[in-house]
Design a protein around this ligand. Structure first.
Ligand SMILES: Cc1cc2nc3c(=O)[nH]c(=O)nc-3n(C[C@H](O)[C@H](O)[C@H](O)COP(=O)(O)OP(=O)(O)OC[C@H]3O[C@@H](n4cnc5c(N)ncnc54)[C@H](O)[C@@H]3O)c2cc1C
Length: 439
């Protein structure tokens, strides 16, 4: 039997930008379109987040020395303030709740669980001290609970990959301590970076100079931290690279000049090159063998002595229980955002780890349109309207809520006050939960 006129109930799993934007767009679009579609306009959205704080990679991925991008969290706060949204942090889908727990309670489920796992790097499969994924180091310098500090005790570090994450990681490793002291890093993270022995970062990029994925601005920012040096092969390739597009021309211009005159730190870029072997006696990284693709043939090029090698070769989503998974693309397979009846997906979990935060808005919008179109066909079915808090309490899940998040944010802002900073992050899960009101 169809019920008419009750408030829609929606669950969003994942409080990253995709989940928050999807909630915002759904509320606004219902107000705008529900009367035309003959649907109820009222909706309540429960957002579940596994971490003790929301905003996914905005908080735990975006580099701390990019404060303007970090401040997107203020816009996300304004969305969360809506009375139509409840937030439940420390609640993990697949561990604390299953699909069967959610489906009877909601008219739609939107999975916005992102792609927070490091992409797999062929030589990174074995556990070797000093070999890590970019997610581990970005998690550490962004104070994601549970991420141990890396060893910063060799003169050279290697970064594998030619995307924005690779350049972010290289820049943070070379960034001057004064700039880092202005960020939201807690003192423990800052002091390790400030006392790091790393003077040079070698970036190994499989593609040639013409196939790079970074922006001119990223190169400019890297050059602000150390002299940029291209190896001879890369310099020759750059000379013969004649781009037509404006963006590629700008990248070429930036690559042609070293910047940071007089800086003791250096960023080396090695195009068409890759790590072909790791030397790790006793399970500890000591050196890398680098090879180069020349005319399609790999050739051993040189060895780099280092105790730190970070792979930044993309990101993948995790297989979630009771949902399909495309292992080759690292996404939840979907048609325009629909996974199956009442079950939808948005953000990086939907389309893979491509695109900036702004792109998750357009993508969430597509998913929301699909939900409205499905609702206008199906109408409302019966749902279990008992409060979700009761369910969480019965299960013994110690969740924190929206008010708790705002308390934590206020606390972090107060931590930053003495140094005239916007905030300083709390990185211990226990401490975060305590501040958010969980005894
Ligand atoms: C290192 C790095 C730097 C970046 N820098 C920039 C930048 O400078 N500018 C820019 O515009 N973009 C940047 N991006 C891209 C940007 O972060 C993404 O476009 C965006 O965060 C994707 O949003 P999302 O919501 O799909 O995923 P996410 O941000 O990953 O959010 C997913 C959320 O779901 C939660 N979750 C996952 N699984 C579960 C579960 N089982 N139960 C409950 N919750 C769950 C996660 O904890 C997370 O909070 C960067 C990305 C990375 C990786």
């Amino acid at each position: 039997m169809q019920e008419k006129g009750r408030e829609w109930k929606v669950a969003v799993v994942g409080a990253g930008p995709a989940g928050v934007y999807a909630s915002d767009i759904l509320i606004k679009r219902l107000k705008e379109k529900a009367p035309l579609l003959g649907l109820p306009a009222a909706v309540h959205i429960d957002v579940f987040e596994k971490n003790p704080a929301p905003y996914g990679l905005v908080r735990y991925g975006v580099a701390p020395d990019h404060p303007a991008i970090k401040s997107i969290s203020q816009a996300l706060d304004r969305v969360l303030e809506a009375k139509e949204i409840s937030l439940y942090c420390n609640v993990c889908y697949g561990k604390d709740m299953a699909l069967g727990d959610l489906l009877p309670r909601y008219d739609a489920l939107i999975f916005a669980t992102g792609a927070g796992e490091d992409g797999s790097w062929r030589l990174g499969q074995e556990k070797i001290e000093g070999v890590l994924g970019a997610g581990q180091i970005a998690g550490w310098y962004n104070s994601l609970p549970g991420f141990a500090p890396p060893l910063l005790n060799s003169r050279a570090a290697a970064v594998i990959g030619g995307g924005n994450t690779a350049l972010d990681v290289a820049r943070i490793l070379l960034q001057d301590p004064y700039t880092l002291s202005k960020t939201d890093m807690p003192y423990e993270v800052w002091s390790r970076l400030a006392s790091s022995r790393i003077e040079e970062v070698h970036i190994f990029i499989r593609r040639g100079v013409g196939g790079n994925k970074f922006s001119a601005q990223q190169i400019r920012q890297l050059k602000g931290c150390g002299r940029l040096i291209l190896d001879e092969f890369s310099k020759d390739s750059l000379k013969s690279f004649e781009p037509d597009e404006k963006a590629a021309k700008e990248v070429k211009n930036e690559l042609e000049s070293p910047g940071a005159e007089g800086s003791p730190k250096r960023a080396y870029m090695h195009f068409s090159s890759f790590v072909s072997a790791l030397f790790a006696p006793e399970g500890r990284l000591e050196a890398l063998e680098i090879s180069r693709n020349e005319g399609g043939e790999p050739k051993g090029a040189f060895c780099l002595k280092t105790r730190l090698c970070i792979s930044a070769v993309g990101w993948r989503s995790q297989k979630l229980p009771d949902l399909p998974f495309d292992g080759s693309k690292g996404i939840i397979p979907n048609e325009g955002g629909r996974i199956g009846r009442k079950v939808y997906v948005a953000g990086w979990a939907k389309r893979g780890s491509k695109g900036l935060i702004g792109a998750t808005k357009a993508d969430a919008s597509q998913t929301v349109d699909l939900i409205l179109s499905d609702w206008s066909q199906s109408g409302q079915g019966p749902i279990d309207a008992s409060p979700i808090e009761e369910f969480l309490k019965e299960r013994g899940i110690p969740f924190t809520n929206k008010e708790g998040w705002f308390l934590l944010e206020g606390y972090e802002a107060r931590l930053g006050k003495p140094d005239n900073k916007k905030s300083v992050k709390v990185g211990s899960a226990c401490e975060m939960k305590r501040i958010s009101g969980l005894a």
